[in-house]
Design a protein around this ligand. Structure first.
Ligand code: SF4
Length: 160
């Protein structure tokens, strides 16, 4: 498959849907598939690079994408997926954290994706700007150690 030619100023997909809240209700949710720089981890099974930029995401581009995506949103929950790691500075420029957090804080709950190798300090500085419920999803894929190694996910399991 070939990489798509995408604009850094347009999300490549926006989905508005109702999601179960675990208490028998449904919550309007907007999922924004942001166009951003390629993830450097390079897991064997991953094809998310097909919808990414070849270079660093320009400052300001992510905020513009979020504004376009949220134009018609009436959602309470927001998912920001960037085909990689939210705290990878090549993908989501830290200079944009204040503007992005401002958009996030209009929601009750916000979910992003991030590999544990990225951004402990950047996470802290972003959290300092956040007032909504903020969650980080990790795509583990498998807990089977042999397969985890084969995926080259650069994750290991800690047994407690
Ligand atoms: S860490 Fe996630 S986005 Fe990056 S290559 Fe692996 S599966 Fe793909």
């Amino acid at each position: 498959m070939n990489r798509e030619q995408l604009s850094a100023y347009e999300p490549y997909l926006v989905v508005h849907e109702a999601e179960p809240d675990g208490r028998g209700n449904q919550v309007e949710t907007t999922t924004v598939f942001l166009t951003a720089s390629t993830c450097p981890v390079g897991c064997n099974m991953c094809d998310l690079h097909l919808n990414t930029l070849t270079g660093t995401t320009p400052p300001g581009a992510i905020t513009q994408q979020i504004d376009k995506a949220l134009k018609d949103s009436k959602a309470a929950w927001l998912k920001l997926y960037n085909s990689g790691n939210f705290f990878d500075p090549r993908s989501i420029p830290p200079v944009d954290y204040p503007a992005i957090s401002q958009r996030c804080n209009q929601f009750e709950r916000v979910i992003v994706e991030n590999h544990p190798r990225f951004g402990k300090h950047r996470l802290r500085s972003f959290l300092d700007l956040i007032t909504c419920r903020f969650e980080i999803a990790v795509g583990l894929e498998t807990v089977q150690p042999r397969w985890l190694n084969r995926l080259e996910k650069q994750l290991s399991l800690i047994h407690i």
